[in-house]
Design a protein around this ligand. Sequence first.
Ligand code: GSH
Length: 415
Amino acid sequence: MKNTKLYRLLAVLLVLTLFAAACGSDEADDGATGGGDGDSQTDDGGDSGDGGDGGDSGDGGDSDGGDSGDGDGDEPVDVTQGGILAQVQARGVINCGIPTSAVAFAQQDANGVWQGFDIDYCRAVAAAVFGDADAVNFVPLTAAERFTAVQVGEVDLLMRTTTWTQGRDASGDQGMDFGPTTYYDGQQMAGRRSQGFSEDSTVADIDGLNVCTNAGTTTEKNISDAVAAAGGSFTLIQADDIPTAVAAFVAGSCDIFTTDGSGVAGEAFTNEDNADGDWVVFPAQPISKEPLGPVYPQNDSEWGDIINWTVFATIIADEKGITQANASERLAEEQAKQDAGGEGLDAEVLRLLGGEGELQTALSLSPDAFLNVIEAVGNYDEIYTRHIVPIGLKREGSANARWTEGGLVYAPPAR
Ligand SMILES: N[C@@H](CCC(=O)N[C@@H](CS)C(=O)NCC(=O)O)C(=O)O
């Protein structure tokens, strides 16, 4: 590995180059063909989005604004050296990359406090590392900015509705690793009933129309591929972020708004323009797979394991009925069973919550790390119920159901 300064200089140069490209709006022109180019680097790292803001990533500074965390000590990690855990511990706070605004996943409440599914997973990792779920510096990032922020160590963790893809994960240019999927999503669209769309509409029905989404996403590639495969064409209108894309849909400058299904549902549920129910989400079967989950700098397995097992701990807790309210009681109960000779003992619960046989110290965490996680944010079901259910997306019957109930949410054993 080269030294950090050189690495960051290269990153800055890359971002500046992309910024120059962005000013020329070449991405929007490319998209207008409706054909996928399959170039994952352009897709993920080099979209026009917010070249200007992306420049911040190069120096790892704290100039993003909007941070609601401690706001201090958010020094970038040195991704070329590994040892991210030690750097995070020395800093005392986790820099967590989040959406600028995504209904149910990351939004600021009336008090300016970040809330959402992705927010809770940032907080979960902070609870695991520090025993303090508030030890998070939230770093709002557009889709186009997010991967540079990981690559240069501006964020230790990215929880930003990010799809795990081969191109993003591959080592080499991208410099990122992916953790367990926290939300199985798939791309859908919103159109207007008053313009002839219905639940039965398909990609073929958007032939010749204007389609809005945010830049730097799988979304724009998927829609290009799907429309081309259906023999049609369309005009892709790229926004920096979803609120801007939705505003364009509301204003009528695009006929279709598209993103991950959760994002389409969240906007359809909350946007007052849809008070009359004119928006319709289609197709029922999404046009893509969008497994969303944590992303972190690559080649640091100590750090990666901590994030992965924090996610798994929330899933195991759900399987075992360990909740925010009962976690310490469950630990005491299992400890009592152990002390009484082991009858009826659930040894996995005992280990997960920090009792005999615990493996959190093997992850360089304290034994009660996952007890702290569950007490801070709850188990997977509690997190899902708190944020996703309110926008009308049930867990039951979806890919996000427990594996024992026909879903894909599954964790390896804590042993
Ligand atoms: N999952 C896709 C799309 C990610 C994405 O940007 N999703 C939207 C809607 S769920 C979002 O988070 N927007 C927030 C923002 O624009 O800040 C990807 O990884 O490329």
